[in-house]
Design a protein around this ligand. Structure first.
Ligand code: NAP
Length: 542
């Protein structure tokens, strides 16, 4: 690659925002290609998701051995995963190990937030303004800012009045001690489902405020023995090859037999087996039809509902925990360890907000339409302004000063999720409508970061300074993304996959925001690889 970093009119050839799984790999790629790059990270250290999400119980829902980076054989050979689904502390250790091994820290700056990024068309340069008052310029701006990194709290009256401790799971305070306390958890998404069974064992009383239940399934976690790990190391090529063929880049691929061609007893036997197996199999190794066919989905949902009924002692409570507004697996399934049994404990209580909504937060707790519940601690497990939220929080100005937030007001529009017209030299390996938003994250990240790096190389090798998606190519991608939603039962569910978030103005129930690519990674890989091989049609380079 031609070295243009000697251009002394700019501070860096590439600025990468975010030092999580994506930013770390993007930096590694830049270093490998001899490109001058710096990483700006808002957190006080690297790790992204695994730096921030320190709530008890935080762990992978994809198999650890499929989650690590695949780019270095040496790294694969020297790292031993200890658990099938590794926990946050270990995951953070892993990312630190990677950064140290490849000597990446010296290119990283921590505790800095990019407030504004303004494109200069005349100079083909991005000008950044940081919260510490500095200005930085760069030719390319690579945003590795995550999909679920803009946490959202509810908008209840009185939240500031609460005299106890309250925090979002994303901002779990260092050293908080819940022992013996009266704790309220608001929310029952994937985060809450990991958190609740762990803290229930420690707190005095736990009250769970549930607005809508989710379909959850057992994680079936366990240790990985040294012998097993040694055996995995001989099979990494095979493991990653399997992930490359499945829609979500997970180890689990769908059963493509027509659902109703398989006898019911066989279907049920398969579900019984999958329910006992580790990980996403019950969701992703299931019949493909369950994602698209209402009747197939209803039958599977009833199977899972019966499992919940078996596991929860109080039948009325079990019914409250069973979703009635969407079917199993139409959205990402929260994976749990003893979640349903937790409601059999004497110190745990569910408040159904559909029956008795929260009225306000008071100085001493939470007031619903039926009662006042006294609490020492309130935990908001209330999710994220997903996928586009992190972009909205930076004032990004493209050609003619257009704000990205305005362009995406009614939902994002991109080419492959990685470029967006009117914002030249902006690269988004985990952008909205990219494969990253719906898959086993690191697998898609490697693919997308490598594609962005190749594109950057292509631009620089031509002595060009400007790369931008063409409007027609972007329209076609947007239509493709929308068409895929049209085939999925997911489009009928309220959740972050359809851009729903009651805590963000404009993202409430109503119109779908087409945030994720549902075509599967193999197809996505083929389309982006063909585009590169064909000399980047639909992308202008000058
Ligand atoms: P989420 O799935 O969006 O869940 C948020 C929860 O908070 C929902 O139960 C929601 O209820 C509730 N809620 C939101 N606002 C509320 C309000 N104002 N009043 C009452 N309840 C409210 O968020 P999440 O649990 O953080 O998970 C997000 C995603 O993160 C997951 O889908 C997954 O992709 C990822 N994640 C992964 C793992 C892992 O295993 N590796 C773990 C955690 C999270 P409604 O449903 O009614 O809106």
């Amino acid at each position: 690659m031609r070295d243009t970093s000697s251009d002394d009119r700019i501070d860096h050839e590439v600025v990468i925002v975010g030092a999580g799984v994506c930013g770390i790999y993007a930096l590694h790629q830049m270093v490998e290609h001899g490109v001058d790059a710096t990483v700006l990270e808002a957190g006080e250290d690297l790790g992204g998701t695994w730096f921030w999400n320190r709530y008890p119980g935080a762990r992978f829902d994809s198999e650890s051995v499929t989650y690590g980076y695949s780019f270095s054989r040496e790294l694969l050979a020297e790292w031993d995963w200890k658990e099938r689904f590794s926990g946050q502390p270990e995951n953070l250790r892993y990312l630190n190990h990677v950064a140290d091994k490849f000597d990446l820290r010296r290119h990283m700056q921590f505790g800095v937030t990019v407030e504004r990024a303004v494109w200069s068309e005349a100079e083909s340069v991005w000008h950044l303004h940081l919260d510490d008052g500095r200005n930085l310029s760069c030719r390319f701006l690579l945003l590795a800012i995550g999909l679920l990194s803009a946490p959202t709290r509810p908008r209840y009256e009185g939240m500031d009045r609460f005299a106890g401790e309250s925090f979002h799971t994303y901002d779990w305070p260092e050293g908080v001690d819940l022992t013996g306390k009266r704790v309220g958890v608001v929310g029952t998404g994937a985060t809450a489902v990991q958190l609740i069974p762990v803290i229930a064992q420690q707190v005095g009383e736990l009250t769970v405020f549930q607005r809508r239940p989710n379909w959850c399934a057992p994680l079936n976690n366990g240790p990985i023995s040294p012998e097993e790990m040694a055996e995995v190391k001989t099979r990494y090529d095979e493991i990653f090859a399997i992930c490359a063929t499945t829609p979500g880049s997970f180890i689990h691929g769908p059963d493509r037999r027509p659902f109703f061609d398989v006898p019911r007893e066989e279907r049920v036997a398969m579900w019984e087996r999958l329910y006992r197996e580790p990980g996403f199999g019950i969701w992703l190794a299931n019949f493909r039809d369950t994602f698209m066919d209402e009747a197939a989905n209803a039958e599977l949902s009833e199977f899972i509902a019966d499992k919940i009924r078996e596991r929860v002692d109080d039948p009325a409570l079990a019914e409250k925990l069973i979703p009635k507004d969407h079917g199993f697996g139409v959205q990402r399934v929260p994976m749990e360890t003893g979640y349903y049994e937790t409601y059999n404990r004497d110190n745990v209580r569910l408040v159904d907000l559909q029956e008795t909504p929260i009225r306000r937060i008071t100085r001493t707790g939470i007031e619903t339409t039926a009662e006042s519940i006294e609490l020492d601690v309130i935990v908001y497990a209330t999710g994220f302004d997903a996928v586009t939220g992190a972009y909205d929080r930076i004032d990004i100005r493209g050609v003619d000063g257009q704000a990205l937030k305005d362009k995406w007001r009614n939902g994002p529009k991109t080419l492959f999720g990685m470029l967006t017209q009117g914002f030249p030299n902006l690269l988004m390996p985990t952008g909205p409508q990219s494969a990253s938003a719906s898959t086993n994250f690191p697998r898609a990240i490697e693919l997308c970061v490598e594609w962005c790096t190749e594109l950057l190389t292509h631009v620089r090798d031509r002595g060009a300074t400007h790369v931008e998606a063409a409007g027609e190519a972007e329209d076609a991608w947007d239509q493709h993304v929308r068409d895929l939603y049209g085939m999925m039962l997911m489009r009928k569910a309220q959740g972050w996959f359809t851009g729903y978030n009651s805590n963000v103005a404009g993202h409430e129930q109503g119109t779908i925001r087409y945030l994720v690519y549902n075509g599967g990674t193999p197809k996505y890989r083929r389309l982006i690889t063909e585009c590169a091989a064909d000399g980047y049609p639909g992308i202008s380079v000058r």
